[in-house]
Design a protein around this ligand. Structure first.
Ligand SMILES: Nc1ncnc2c1ncn2[C@@H]1O[C@H](COP(=O)(O)OP(=O)(O)O)[C@@H](O)[C@H]1O
Ligand SMILES: N[C@@H](CC(=O)OP(=O)(O)O)C(=O)O
Length: 558
């Protein structure tokens, strides 16, 4: 059953009772940015998990869907905001600053100036941990496993972290007490790890959470000190609900209404710039702190953007936007001015460190533009990522390298014409919970690569035995060749031009004496993947970059 409400002007009732079994409510609103709905059971005020909100693109129609039905009350925060005259004053965008942008007191000051240089914005700020804090915390945890309880206070990384955060607080003129408690608990936690001689994935997530919890507290205190009212939030306390996959958790749908409600309600009742911890969430079963995978603050930012229906999501980095290739491989890489969500998602998934692999999903679902900017060079235009862009002149957008990939050649032991071979192979991967990246098939053989981010997040010993297990299972139906130390070179761009791209690419690879071991063009039409040996990969990327970005390509005919 669908209910339809039409509201005009500011006079709207504060809540609407759904008939039982209602599955969708459509609202027409006066405000184009109207966004947050939350569904409650009034009996215990719990937020329903199965609610989702969709904005019908380019219109003022918002659709609330509740798959399970049984919604009792829908509360419309923006309608309330509108009636109290706050609509003009809503939060406008999200600005995420990565570790390199907030690495020191000086950098935090610059970031504060940068935020305040946009007086028309009312941003939600997402911060990562300062500099390399996450790596240091992980190293401290690993050292604690074997150093003995009495030696924990001598762990170099612990002292580095204490010194960095106290020094930053001192230099910004905020109270040390803002991080005192966290640093004490951090040391106790390391003692606990030393005592147990064990660092589980769950403990790892708790351990690294101290980085974001401290950077956001210091930064919020600094903004308050210089006269801009700010409020710190731990993401795991404001509704970031995730799976319980420690170190690599996924955001659950319930996050969107919960986060929207909390941030909007606080903003309406007592406006203050929200400063939210990136990267962190709360496991829905365990209630323990989880993390979204390395670089996960990008995903925190896009999740908030979608939850609040903000106008723009900005991710501020230490590079002039998404570049034509990894600048660590080739220093003459150039910024890419425009990308589609699809291109950016492929690029991130296939290894470009600049964006978290899952971060484009909320932005695409909410149709919210993402701007990648350089906090060290704010005047550079950066990269704008949107649903569509003009592809008529586009050939190649970016070259991405994913190293240390495992490849499997699987040849059926049965004869040609047997059906069900592909299905059997993929059911083995499904049973073992391993995801596959790139695939090329013939009737009796399959070559594929395994997704290292899923496989490699597990312990080393577990990885080796999982690979043995995969091979063992596949050998029941096929001859299997396991090839390690391979790289995927992904050519992201306009695959409508695949003949031109492949002609150029193969010319370059042949000239450089490189043998391509597998090639695949995905259905996404933005990515051609080439598999080469690890030790040839970087040289290939540099040569491909010269050909595609530093020399003239033939004019493109439609
Ligand atoms: N195609 C690419 N474009 C831009 N940066 C890239 C690319 N590939 C790899 N990088 C690396 O990603 C880094 C930025 O990502 P990241 O370190 O996660 O930023 P932050 O910590 O600021 O969020 C850059 O410094 C650069 O070294
Ligand atoms: N601090 C976390 C999360 C993050 O997103 O960091 P950054 O924005 O600096 O990549 C990490 O290092 O993975």
């Amino acid at each position: 059953m669908a209910a339809s409400l039409r509201f005009s002007g500011l006079k709207t009732p504060p809540a609407y009772s759904f008939p039982k079994q209602t599955t969708s409510l459509q609202c027409h609103s006066a405000s184009p940015t109207l966004l947050s709905f939350a569904a409650f059971r009034p009996s215990n005020s719990s937020i329903l998990r199965n609610i989702s909100l969709r904005r019908c693109c380019e219109s003022r129609v918002f659709r609330v869907c509740c798959q399970g039905g049984n919604v009792d009350v829908i509360q419309r925060n923006e309608f309330e905001a509108a009636s109290s005259g706050e609509a003009e004053n809503q939060l406008t965008c999200v600005m995420k600053f990565g570790g390199s942008s907030v690495a020191s007191a000086e950098r935090m000051r610059e970031v504060a100036d940068l935020i305040l240089s946009f007086p028309n914005e009312r941003p939600v700020i997402v911060l990562s941990a300062m500099g390399k804090t996450t790596n240091k915390l992980l190293l401290a945890g690993e050292k604690a496993v074997s150093c003995g309880v009495t030696n924990v206070d001598a762990i170099e990384e612990l002292n580095f972290i204490k010194d960095l955060h106290y020094r930053t607080a001192d230099e910004l003129g905020v109270e040390r007490s803002i991080v005192d408690g966290h640093l004490e608990v951090l040391e106790q936690l390391l003692k606990g790890i030393a005592m147990m001689k064990e660092l589980t994935l769950r403990t790892k997530d708790y351990l690294v959470s101290f980085g974001e919890c401290m950077s956001t507290r210091i930064f919020a205190a600094y903004l308050n000190k210089i006269g801009f009212k700010a409020r710190q939030y731990d993401a795991f306390e404001i509704g970031f609900i995730t799976t319980d996959d420690f170190t690599n958790a996924d955001i659950l749908e319930a996050t969107y209404p919960a986060v929207a409600k909390r941030l909007n309600d606080d903003w309406i009742s007592d406006p203050a710039i929200p400063i939210v911890t990136g990267f962190l969430g709360k496991g829905w079963r365990s209630s323990a702190i989880t993390t979204l995978g390395r670089g996960g603050s990008d995903l925190t930012a896009t999740t908030i953007g979608k939850a609040l229906g903000l106008r723009e999501i900005q991710v501020w980095k230490d590079v002039d936007g998404v570049l034509t290739c990894d600048p660590n491989i080739y220093q003459h890489a150039e910024p890419v001015p425009y990308l589609t969500f699809e291109e950016a998602a492929e690029l991130a998934y296939f290894g470009a460190q600049v964006l978290h692999p899952q971060s484009m999903r909320p932005a695409r679902e909410g149709d919210i533009p993402v701007r990648v900017k350089n906090s060290y060079n704010p005047n550079a235009p950066g990269t704008l990522i949107t649903r569509n862009r003009d592809m008529s002149k586009a050939v190649l957008t970016s070259i991405v390298l994913k190293r240390n990939v495992t490849m499997l050649d699987i040849v059926s032991t049965r004869m040609l014409g047997q059906f069900g071979f592909l299905a059997k192979v993929f059911s083995i991967f499904e049973d073992l919970g391993i995801s596959v990246d790139v695939v090329a098939t013939s009737e009796v053989s399959i070559s594929l690569t395994l997704d290292p981010s899923k496989l490699w997040s597990r312990e080393l010993i577990q990885q080796a035995s999982e690979l043995d297990h995969v091979v063992e299972e596949l050998e029941k139906i096929a001859v299997v060749n396991l090839l390690q130390h391979r790289s995927i070179i992904s050519l992201i761009g306009n695959v409508q031009r695949s003949s031109l791209i492949l002609e150029k690419a193969f010319h370059v690879l042949r000239t450089n004496g490189v043998n391509v071991q597998m090639i695949s063009q995905g259905a996404s039409k933005v990515n051609i993947s080439l598999i080469v040996h690890d030790n040839e990969a970087e040289q290939c990327v540099r040569a491909l970059h010269s050909t595609f970005f530093e020399s003239d390509l033939p004019e493109l005919d439609q």
